[in-house]
Design a protein around this ligand. Structure first.
Ligand SMILES: [Zn+2]
Length: 448
């Protein structure tokens, strides 16, 4: 009897991640070129050709196409090579040394998202080393500038070179960093299925001005400001149970204690409209609250700079976020009016683009992602999530792809590693990244 040949071991993503972290691709300004060139070299070592392209030679996009077995449609893997700055932060270990200490890789980008890029690269190199081809063609896009508007990166690529992505139905990218600890002894695996979009507004409040030495008139703009801020504090916009959220609440209800499960079921059925903050860690509560409704936050307030003049005009800028789905800016402003009243002047400052498929159906592709997670971590709970902020997925979705945020990590249950994105001491357990590389390898080998 001949002994079965053992396949070559999987390529370890950790040395790749350490190298990636050592490129200071801090955005602004970006400087992603050396990082992109390193990825190109790494791929070339496995016989994979790639192209560097973009509007700025110092900030190239990298695109590679790896031929598949023709058993599945092509699949896009997209990752950003830039990271946010570290200025003003106190780090325990230097942020750009890529140190491996006690099983954790330290550095800016360890989670967001050089860890994810390392997973993708390791999965592709493992396929190559084992002499295997992916189920369908794989297009890898490593883009700059995600952290600062995406103009040099996915924005340029999707506008100028849509031909590179023709016929790709599905895309995998970052998950938007949902750290979920709904139960401290349970590990949750977020699968990003949709993103909220921005709707930035300026509200103007007017009233009678005058000399501040007198008792103010009854209709002061400052009083209207007080009313506005009080209303924003005390009232929430209505809940909308989107299909992804319904599924998320259903899966969560099955994985948490009975008391919380009952409340989540009530939310799902529309029998309650507020998140049970008293039963949740506040970070989880705030996160869940943001998936249930459009949100609004007053962020910039401008008024006179004269201490002895009563201002006759005050403006309040609102950072609003609209849920995925068919909701328009008009729908959003309509809901907001119920809170701020009919008289306030509202001006639209910025509207995030609405993607043609606002919420991918929980399709066979989604089910495959869940199946891989269940095989790889039988105790974990996969959850479809809506990303409260936006990533490059919105740009690729504009080309008609269903985009999923899927960078699986085997993190200790109850840990909050993802909370360190953009913050000091960003780090990731090495085994969490190896787990993700293995999940991606399984996906590339057999996807719908
Ligand atoms: Zn990111």
């Amino acid at each position: 009897m001949s002994q079965a040949e053992t396949p070559p071991p999987a390529v370890d993503p950790i040395p790749i991640l350490q190298r990636l972290i050592r490129f200071r691709s801090v955005n602004p300004p970006g400087d992603e070129r050396e990082c992109a060139e390193y990825v190109a070299e790494l791929l070339a070592g496995a016989g994979i050709e790639s192209e560097l392209l973009g509007p700025d030679p110092e900030r190239p996009n990298l695109v590679a196409r790896i031929p598949g077995r023709g058993e599945a449609p092509p699949l896009l893997l997209h990752a950003h090579s830039d990271v946010v700055p570290t200025g003003g932060q106190q780090w325990t270990h230097p942020p750009f040394d890529g140190l491996l200490i006690d099983g954790e890789v330290w550095g800016r980008g360890a989670i967001d998202m050089k860890g994810g890029l390392a997973m993708m690269l390791a999965a592709l190199l493992t396929l190559h080393q084992r002499g295997e081809a992916p189920a369908g063609d794989v297009v890898l896009a490593v883009v700059p500038d995600e952290e600062n508007g995406s103009r040099a990166g996915a924005g340029w690529l999707t506008a100028e070179r849509p031909d590179l992505f023709e016929g790709i139905p599905y895309a995998i990218g970052e998950d938007g960093g949902a750290a979920l600890t709904f139960r401290p002894d349970r590990r949750f695996h977020p699968v990003g299925v949709a993103e909220k979009r921005a709707c930035w507004l300026r509200l103007t409040l007017r009233g009678r001005g005058g000399h501040a030495s007198r008792q103010g008139w009854p209709d002061l703009a400052v009083h209207k400001l007080t009313d506005l801020l009080t209303a924003l504090r005390d009232q929430r916009l209505p809940t909308h149970i989107t299909p992804a959220l319904d599924r998320m609440l259903a899966e969560l209800s099955g994985a948490v204690d009975q008391e919380l499960a009952a409340e989540l079921t009530a939310l799902r059925k529309g029998e309650r409209s507020t998140v049970p903050y008293e039963l949740l860690d506040v970070a989880d509560a705030v996160y869940l609250d943001s998936l249930l409704r459009h949100t609004v936050n007053a962020t910039v307030i401008r008024t006179s700079d004269k201490i002895n003049m009563i201002p006759d005009e005050i403006t309040v800028d609102l950072d609003g976020r609209i849920l995925p789905g068919d909701f328009t800016v008009e729908d959003y402003i309509g809901e907001l009016r119920e809170v701020v009243g009919p008289e306030v002047e509202i001006e639209l400052l910025l509207e995030g683009s609405r993607t043609p498929k606002a919420e991918p159906e929980l399709s066979p592709f989604y089910e495959r992602l869940v199946e891989i997670l269940r095989e790889a971590d039988p105790e974990g709970v996969p959850l479809p999530v809506i990303t409260p902020a936006s990533t490059d997925a919105r740009l690729f979705a504009n080309l008609g792809m269903d985009c999923y945020g899927w960078l699986p990590m085997l993190l200790p249950a109850g840990s909050r590693y993802q909370d360190r994105m953009h913050d000091a001491d960003e780090r990731v357990p090495a085994d969490a990244v190896r787990f993700g590389a293995d999940c991606l390898y399984r996906l590339l080998g057999a996807h719908p």
